[in-house]
Design a protein around this ligand. Structure first.
Ligand SMILES: [Zn+2]
Length: 283
């Protein structure tokens, strides 16, 4: 749910018109409620194209106090029925910047809410055409997709340098040549060009945690440079003594063996096969 802190009072798409009672009318945005005069932050960064009372003929007539923000794909984001507007035309806003306050201004408003609309185009007339479905995109989907795309174009791009090849790049970013070929639609994996942008698989950012249950009183750990087998122990952990123990997983040198950092033995490998009762969880 990209609209954190809001209640959705009317979704995007076909609905019964709340004022006329007419069925199957198309709602061109999503109605969100936080509280009357609650600050409204921008869902998507961009440039303010319009800020103030929506004047007839501009593309936002009847929208009340309204802010229109153009994003980098030239979509127009319309924040309508605001009680007040706190940005100016021409201003650049980041995601989360306060642009106004929730209100009930404009025509055809049943109560205080934010009407948020994403228009396919931002010009002419702020992307207005008299067909609500053809004019707009599903705001929930758009905001979700925008940040997925962002995580690829924003952070996870590698620019090819002299002497690079896909194997080298794959190894450096903990992925495979096949994964890069697939993700980037590369025809010839032996041919990449200097300056070419290579998308890297998205990072999960999730930590994996190892839990050792308090029922165990003695758990072998091994130096990372030896085989994790009986006789090679560096020491023993005692989960029972501590009511269970937990560690961040730092690596997986082999099946059912993970690397952890311990207080007493430093960085060690530990066997965590299913029969041991160890629990691994991504958080
Ligand atoms: Zn609405």
């Amino acid at each position: 749910m990209p609209f954190e802190g809001y209640r959705v009072t009317s979704p995007y798409g076909y609905r019964t018109d709340p004022i006329t009672g007419q069925r199957n009318t198309f709602h061109d945005g999503i109605d969100l409620v936080k509280g009357h005069q609650a600050p409204v932050g921008a869902f998507i960064p961009g440039k303010v194209l319009y800020a103030g009372n929506g004047v007839s003929g501009t593309g936002v007539g009847g929208y009340g106090n309204v802010v229109v923000i153009q994003d980098k794909y030239n979509r127009a984001h319309v924040y309508a029925h605001l009680s007040s507007v706190t940005v100016k035309k021409g201003q650049t806003v980041k995601q989360g910047d306060i642009i106004g306050k929730q209100g009930a201004t404009g025509a055809r408003v049943t109560g205080s809410h934010l009407h948020y609309e994403v228009r396919k185009k931002s010009s002419p007339s702020l992307g207005w055409i008299n067909d609500p479905k053809a004019r707009t995109l599903d705001p929930t989907q758009y905001v979700k997709d925008y940040f997925v795309a962002e995580s690829v174009t924003g952070n996870n791009i590698y620019v090819v340098k002299a002497g690079d090849n896909l194997t080298k790049i794959a190894n450096a970013y903990n992925t495979t040549v096949d994964a890069l070929v697939k993700l980037n639609g590369i025809d010839n994996k032996h041919l990449i060009l200097i300056g070419q942008k290579i998308k890297l698989p998205g990072k999960t950012n999730k930590k994996e945690i190892l839990y050792l249950p308090k029922t165990a009183s003695s758990w072998r750990v091994y130096s990372t440079t030896v085989a994790p087998v009986k006789g090679n122990e560096k020491g023993f952990l005692n989960p029972r003594k501590f009511g269970g123990l937990q560690y961040e997983v730092l690596g997986r040198p082999q099946a059912n063996v993970v690397t952890i950092q311990t207080r007493d033995f430093g960085k060690v490998n530990i066997y965590v096969g299913p029969e041991t009762g160890a629990i691994l969880k991504k958080i």
